[in-house]
Design a protein around this ligand. Structure first.
Ligand SMILES: [Zn+2]
Length: 384
């Protein structure tokens, strides 16, 4: 039976438009000024915004579940907050055994009940040991290891983060790219020249811009010129044309407000990709006074006190981005859905309200407060 979502303010590729969305067999049949068929099941959106479900391409877990240990529960946690497509990230800090077990666990869920679980993001293991929480755990680059990782994860990996300045990185990048994986530069201090090299090897995404990124001149930058310059983040924004992941927490700790606005202005609303980088840590925000940023409910700190990912959900990331940049509703949906789909090459299936794509939907108000989530045409039980 056809479902007709009427009285909706649809977030279409052309912008906001009042109209109707028709859904059949979990897919969008039509969106816009369409008349529902007489026998359609009518769903009244009551004037709310209906946009494409969120797509999070960088996430380590959710609720009480680590993504590599309990991917089904982690994915479920984020689905309730509107993430209808999710890549679970396996990080450089995992041992080889845990990395392989993570691949195995995610594959097991995807073969049974994929739901919103879309695949894997390899965040490393070949990142710079200088940048990121527990960064010293980054692996030595070894061909036998990476061939094994990609063999184990065949068909599941959509994105791979690496530091292009590391020895052996070009051979690795070319291998990963040949596997059909989108390459992301991150946890890096690449110079503008190395960024160009990385782009020629296939890099199209930048992993959490401004976070875990340095300057290739290191401290000499300050010694020799008095200022920090040629940082990897500057090189990325000056270059343009790359998808830039942004972690936007409520206190703007990961990316300060001026840099959120800079990223949006320089990369543009078609290339910013909001992510959660959500992790599970035994951090308790309620232990800190309100004026201490560690009291923020959407940040995470590891045992060593290092900022270590977030507790974000995508709806919260949108509200934060709206707060700091005044981005419009259509631009927020680009940053939280459309651009991510384009970045990892799944935009033929999801990421916009267009005929033939999955009816993955979020219903929200003008402040991006979530009201309802649909996965493949069916409402998600957000209480369970
Ligand atoms: Zn991460």
């Amino acid at each position: 039976m056809i479902k007709a979502i009427i009285n909706a303010r649809l977030v279409l590729p052309s912008g906001l438009q009042e109209g109707t969305l028709l859904v059949e067999d979990g897919q969008i049949l039509a969106a816009g000024s369409v008349i529902p068929p007489r026998d359609a099941e009518i769903i009244d959106a009551k004037g709310r915004i209906v946009g494409p479900g969120f797509i999070d391409i960088h996430c380590h877990g959710g609720g009480t579940a680590h993504g590599h240990e309990n991917p089904a529960e982690a994915a479920r946690h984020h689905l309730k907050s509107g993430t209808t497509s999710l890549l679970l990230s396996l990080a450089y800090s995992l041992t080889k055994e845990a990395f392989l077990q993570g691949i195995h666990n995610i594959r097991a869920v995807m073969e049974q009940e994929p739901g919103n679980l879309t695949g894997i993001h390899f965040e490393g293991p070949y990142t710079s040991p200088k940048y990121g929480a527990r960064s010293e755990a980054a692996w030595e680059m070894n061909q036998d290891d990476y061939v094994q990782l990609f063999d184990e994860a065949k068909g599941l990996v959509y994105q791979c983060t690496y530091a292009p300045e590391r020895p052996g990185a070009r051979a690795f990048a070319q291998y990963a790219h040949a596997q059909g994986v989108k390459l992301a530069a991150g946890h890096t201090e690449m110079s503008p020249a190395i960024l160009e090299e990385a782009i020629s090897d296939g890099v199209t995404i930048i992993t959490h811009l401004f976070d875990a990124m340095g300057c290739h001149l290191g401290k000499d930058s300050i010694r020799s010129t008095g200022i920090i310059q040629d940082s990897a983040a500057d090189a990325v924004l000056a270059r343009g044309g790359l998808f830039v992941e942004i972690i936007c927490d409520s206190r703007a700790i990961h990316v300060k407000p001026s840099n959120l606005r800079l990223a949006l202005r320089a990369a543009g609303p078609d290339h910013v990709v909001l992510i959660t980088d959500a992790t599970i840590r035994p951090h308790d925000p309620s232990q800190y006074p309100e004026d201490d940023y560690r009291s923020s409910p959407d940040l995470n700190f590891n045992e060593a006190g290092q900022l270590s990912g977030s507790r974000l959900t995508m709806d919260q990331a949108c509200r934060n981005m709206k707060h700091y940049t005044q981005a419009s509703i259509p631009d927020l949906f680009k940053m939280a859905s459309t651009n991510a789909a384009r970045a990892i090459g799944i935009d033929h299936e999801v990421g916009s309200l267009e005929a033939g794509k999955w009816a993955n939907l979020v219903f929200c108000d003008d402040d991006m407060n979530l009201i309802e989530v649909y996965l493949r045409g069916n409402p998600v039980n957000r209480e369970a």
